[in-house]
Design a protein around this ligand. Sequence first.
Ligand code: AMP
Length: 304
Amino acid sequence: MELVETVQELNHVLRNHRNSIIGFVPTMGYLHEGHLSLVKKAKKECDFVVMSIFVNPLQFGPNEDLERYPRDLERDFDLARQAGVHVLYHPSIKEMYPNEPLVTTTVSESISKVLCGKYRESHFDGVATVVAKLFNQIKPNRAYFGQKDAQQLAIMAQLAKDLSFQIAVVPCETVREEDGLALSSRNVYLLEEERKQAVILSQTLSEVKSGLIARKWQTPDEINNFVRDRISTKPLAKLQYIETLSYPDLQSTTSLYDKQILVALAVFFGKTRLIDNILFSAEGESHVSNNDEIQITSGNRYRS
Ligand code: AMP
């Protein structure tokens, strides 16, 4: 595995692989099994895998955890190498933003001002801008994103489509701890008692899924109220939002059983903000299936 830090080095390393299927896994590092599951899928479907590690200042608000976001490049290097990544791209902030960018990518409010976007001012504009830059620098054929960040995944598929990137956006299922907690780099912030109580997110979502399968609810409000009640049983948990929307268009919906829906929540434990979600569709698909690319640009040679 090669570690590269500049666009120039990246071009040099990738010049002999332009006829290969290049898979791309963008991350902010502090790798865990969730990130590595994206690599695993990319390895299965591509000849050559590039992972990026870049904590993107553009997507952090002034009161968020940019400075204290966990970082450990040495450990990440070993994990990525063991997982079979071919190129680990770790640009500096100066490399990515040599000057304050005057042209950036803006995501429509209809999909960026719901869920996390309601509370994270210009977060998705920052994500879309950095991912567009990374797409242009790496020029992958396929890019892998976790369903754990379902809103991000939907927006990335829209980005690829609307800006005509010839890149397949591939969704990957959420990887969880044994007790159900979704893996996240931010889980290391949790104190012992917070970690215990944090299991309420996945437990509640799994009850929601069972309830949906049993057609227990008829409206999003009923689900949202159920989730509010459940989260309030944990004294350290502070619910930021719970929303039930259609997916991937992220619109309000009155029906639960005639389209795919997303039930997503964000919960604070102290300063640590955790998110989780489930996707449900009455046709029997309660998650994005492994082969279900949510958007593939026309003319992509590598549709699976
Ligand atoms: P991050 O480093 O948090 O920006 O995440 C990088 C990529 O890994 C994103 O596409 C995330 O959705 C994905 N990811 C993060 N956590 C998980 C998880 N528990 N399971 C699957 N994918 C994940």
